[in-house]
Ligand binder design. Structure first.
Ligand code: SF4
Length: 340
């Protein structure tokens, strides 16, 4: 009944809460429907978007984040442009068609520095370039697009203003949403998303985040579970939802947003060794292998138990090929731009 309402776009927040609480045969049906919908739109192709965590400097202090600026236990690093380029070329050889350049909010990377890096990547490889470097001005986004940036990722983390204020002492909710709107108005393919299960979050608030993604009409939607990091003020705080809810969120997001790219994010492997594989069978169509050179990985621990820290880019590239083979999927060819 609710699944029919979703197809007709006539659902409300309580319907989403009901789906988030589904169990047994009904839950199996939700997962099957999400997988069928993913297959009908994207076929068996899974796009590989390697992430290079190129700087762990950050000037701000999100309460849940392991690289927040007040965490003095982190050794800070920036990866040189030459090393980023070398990594991009390796990624291309592994069949990855997009590089995602991710960092904290690091003012060292001016728009000019990032622009020059993007231009080099576009000149020396065929990779699409996605940036995830935090809130920037509209003018910076416009400049980066002109230099060749294809996409930008900026999570809103929670659409509840009170929760946002509680966990983001240095950020402003309105400014975050304005940044997302700027990206969309500039016709930059925009990805966003949220944390599943910030301490104290209710089912209604979680459902609100999911509906907000649909309202934003995003090209890419990413969500991952909150995992308490002992090096943050949220040490010891628990995720209010059980593990299955995390998986339900992704499946329901697929039902709500048939044509959005939805990645199977790393944090799911931290809560279940087969987590990312399961997501690829429950609506996700994108895989984001860690491409960061191995020597930097231990210093980009956003949450404890982050997978792939001891592996190299080569290990991660082989692993994803094996995963896709096991699931009977193909590596998506071409840049995998938005199909909305
Ligand atoms: S979530 Fe991002 S902006 Fe917030 S502290 Fe971590 S790296 Fe910085």
């Amino acid at each position: 009944m609710i699944l029919e309402k979703i197809k007709k776009k006539k659902y409300d927040i309580q319907d989403i809460v009901t789906l988030l609480k589904a169990e047994g045969e009904y839950l199996k049906l939700i997962y099957n429907e999400a997988d069928k919908l993913r297959q009908s739109i994207f076929g068996d192709d899974i796009y590989l978007r390697g992430i290079i965590e190129f700087s762990n400097y950050c000037t701000i202090n999100c309460d849940y984040c392991g690289i927040r600026c007040e965490n003095t236990k982190v050794s800070r690093y920036r990866i040189s442009d030459d090393e980023i380029l070398k990594t991009c070329k390796l990624m291309q050889g592994y069949g990855q068609t997009t590089v995602v350049l991710q960092s904290g909010e690091d003012p060292f990377y001016t728009k000019e520095k990032l622009g020059a890096l993007i231009e080099r990547i576009k000149k020396e490889t065929s990779l699409a370039v996605t940036l995830s470097t935090g809130e920037r001005s509209r003018e910076e986004y416009r400049y980066l697009k002109e230099r060749g940036m294809d996409r930008y990722l900026l999570r809103f983390e929670t659409s509840n203003i009170d929760l946002f204020a509680r966990f983001h002492p240095d950020s402003d909710y309105e400014k975050r949403i304005e940044s997302l709107n700027n990206l969309k108005q500039l016709n930059i393919q925009t990805g966003s998303g949220f944390l599943i299960g910030l301490p104290g979050e209710t089912y209604e608030e979680l459902a609100g985040d999911m509906l907000f993604c649909t309202e934003l009409d995003l090209d890419m939607i990413g969500a991952g579970p909150f995992i308490s990091n002992p090096e943050t003020p949220l040490n010891g705080q628990e995720n209010p939802f059980d593990k299955e809810v995390y998986f339900k969120v992704i499946a329901i997001l697929r039902l709500l947003n048939p044509r959005a790219h939805i990645p199977s994010t790393t944090a799911f492997d931290a809560v279940d060794p087969m987590g990312r594989n399961k997501l690829l069978q429950r609506g996700a169509n994108v895989f984001m292998p860690n491409a960061t050179p191995q020597k930097y990985r231990a210093d980009y621990m956003l949450y404890p138990g982050k997978p792939c820290v001891d592996e190299s880019g080569d290990d991660c590239a082989r692993c994803i090929v094996a995963r896709l083979k096991m699931l009977g999927r193909n590596i998506g060819q071409g840049p995998g731009h938005s199909i909305r």
